[in-house]
Design a protein around this ligand. Structure first.
Ligand SMILES: C[S@@+](CC[C@H](N)C(=O)[O-])C[C@H]1O[C@@H](n2cnc3c(N)ncnc32)[C@H](O)[C@@H]1O
Length: 271
């Protein structure tokens, strides 16, 4: 059966504009990932769902061998156009079928990807297969930006209330990755590593992000024009009710978090 997939091709040109870290923070985040994974120069690391290289490019300062796979050619084309892209060995591949030999990597990195993969059990088995016996899965992501922050909650509750749940829910995971992995036998190693920073957003900016179908998390990509307009009407009403100055920049506290996991031994030894 084909894996359901939210195609990022359409987001490739706008992804960096809506997801870049504030200047300098990308280095702090790469350092955090390197610490969480106990990475050394000689470590061999794979990022699954490498996208435009938002994470992999700064991480390339820490490891000599960094591989990236993604299903979306346009996302990787963006990556390839950037300085230092040659530091990352890229290939087009699907997470449930990784084109690597067994026990090839010291760490596999997933940032904002697992929730997009419908066949996540198979993808995780593949990740366990390509990890060395002492290798780690590093699951990262930022929380608190305009999608999750309390400040913009009225916008997202209006959005969710206006549209049928099955149209806007994630294809793969509906719970945080950190909670989803232990029941599948993945063992957390220590506490999550965290780095906090501030971003400036406006309620009007959140509206535009929905209107222009910029964010995969809101699943605007699966909505018809009429459904999108129905959701936008609810969002306009919520903005009018809760934000007297919708063009005003508001400071949102964002935390990037990365948690290391050891794979289930049963999978590793049989894969
Ligand atoms: C939200 S983006 C995250 C990109 C990058 N990790 C980051 O944090 O900026 C998700 C990426 O995962 C890719 N992706 C989604 N499902 C995939 C799959 N089954 N196999 C490989 N890549 C996948 C998408 O094409 C997209 O580039």
């Amino acid at each position: 059966m084909e894996t359901a997939f939210i195609p990022f091709d359409r987001a490739a040109d706008i992804y960096d504009a809506t997801h870049s870290f504030p200047a300098g923070e990308e280095r702090a985040i790469a350092a955090l990932i390197a610490q969480a994974g106990n990475l050394r120069r000689e470590s061999c690391v794979l990022e699954v769902g490498v996208g435009t290289g938002r994470i992999a490019l700064p991480l390339a300062r820490y490891v000599e061998r960094l591989y990236g796979i993604d299903l979306s050619r346009p996302m990787m084309k963006q990556l390839r156009s950037k300085p230092d892209a040659s530091a990352i060995r890229l290939s087009e591949a699907n997470a449930p079928r990784l084109p690597f030999r067994r026990a090839a990597f010291d760490a596999v990195l997933l940032v904002h990807v697992l929730h997009l993969i419908a066949d996540r059990r198979r993808a995780l088995r593949e990740i366990a297969r390509v990890l060395k016996p002492d290798g780690l899965l590093l699951c990262g992501g930022d929380t608190g930006d305009m999608l999750q922050g309390e400040l913009f909650a009225p916008i997202w509750s209006a959005w969710r209330a206006a549209l049928p749940a099955e149209k806007i829910e994630s294809v793969g995971l509906t719970q945080p990755v950190r909670e989803a992995l232990p029941p599948l036998g993945w063992r957390p190693v220590g506490a999550p590593w965290q780095h906090s920073y501030t971003v400036q957003r406006t309620p009007n900016g959140a509206y535009r992000a929905i209107e222009e179908r910029q964010l995969s998390n809101t699943n605007t990509w699966r909505l018809s024009d009429a459904e999108l307009e129905h959701g936008l009407r609810a969002v306009r009403a919520a903005i009018a009710a809760h934000f007297p100055q919708p063009g005003q920049l508001l400071a949102l506290n964002v935390t990037f978090e990365v948690q290391a996991f050891q794979p289930p031994q049963a999978i590793q030894h049989t894969a």
